[in-house]
Design a protein around this ligand. Sequence first.
Ligand SMILES: NC(=O)c1ccc[n+]([C@@H]2O[C@H](COP(=O)([O-])OP(=O)(O)OC[C@H]3O[C@@H](n4cnc5c(N)ncnc54)[C@H](OP(=O)(O)O)[C@@H]3O)[C@@H](O)[C@H]2O)c1
Length: 351
Amino acid sequence: MSEPKNQAAWLIKAGSPLEVGDAPLPKAGPGELVIKNVAIAINPLDCHMQDSGVFIQQWPAIFGCDIAGEVYEIGKDVERFKKGDRVIGHAINLISGRPQDGAFALYTVIPADKAAILPDEIPFTDGVVVPFALEAAVCALCLKEPGIAMPGVSTPALGLPYPSLRDVPLLGKILVVYGGSSSVGSMTIQIAKAAGIYVLAISGAHNFDFSMRCGADRVFDRKDSSLAAKIIDTVRNNGGDFIGIFDAIATPETYANDAAILAQLTKGHLACVNPPPPADSVPATVKSGMIFAVDDVVTPVWKDYVTPALQSGKLQCLPTPLIVGKGLEHIQSALEKAKEGVSATKLVIEL
Ligand SMILES: NC(=O)c1ccc[n+]([C@@H]2O[C@H](COP(=O)([O-])OP(=O)(O)OC[C@H]3O[C@@H](n4cnc5c(N)ncnc54)[C@H](OP(=O)(O)O)[C@@H]3O)[C@@H](O)[C@H]2O)c1
């Protein structure tokens, strides 16, 4: 049987539009899978990578993080999957730099440790919203030791338990998730709730229901002028152990509210999706850092949690996908749409 033809949406140089063209059919190395992609999703990081070339190590480049598809080839030492399995997975070109590890192609190599079976009843276009956000959420919550997110910036180590398939009792810990309607924030709510954490989410008023659907215990309006005071009161009245703030937006606007909250609560973590604010903007007793969404800490979640949790509905494929088009040539318009901003939505391309 002749080999299938691979194609990719190539980035030839930073700031240029993607160009669809032929690509070598990748091979699965030890511990890897080659996936025949059926759906891919867009993340804000993809826009930065295209615009500035950040993280790109090899030109021309194939990038992109989220895939859903069928296992095409299995590398040595991989036992959890067989050819034809429906899977979702996290493509890690971001750290490997290899074009074959980028999502924006018909075939992509992923580590088997960053993949899980997608239950038959869940469409690929739903499942594909999960991988990168899941990886970010688990890295944010479950790391036990600080690492390096980027030179001079450490990763936060909240050391929380992994999500459980059982209904766990509340642990008496309270976490603020800033950006409860974003892809990373909403997934962090889901994962924290499944670990028994009491979650206060900060979202737009139009997305309160969405954040509650993800499991938030209380939701606060991002536009409320007394937002910080309300969060401080709620944390104090709750009486639980304040873990800190996971800032899934991490802009000057959110940092100002983080600082106001932490100035009063004077403890916990400020875990950010971007480099944290200057050290002197939060009390010295607060540990700030930036998450980095690729880490082996997520492996047990991929192996033991994702598939049964998707099956039972404990892990929901949220935010809801918006399918931008079918075919690699639609990735460029999806990236442009992503730059305009989305609200509780993940942009998805079918292949
Ligand atoms: N460090 C890492 O490893 C890592 C990993 C993944 C992502 N990231 C970064 O994390 C950020 C979020 O990514 P994403 O994919 O989750 O984004 P996203 O889903 O595209 O975020 C859009 C959502 O953010 C909400 N939002 C915007 N400003 C807000 C504010 N001031 N307060 C509360 N909510 C606000 C919007 O709410 P409205 O509906 O109200 O407009 C919208 O629902 C990006 O900067 C991304 O690059 C970092």
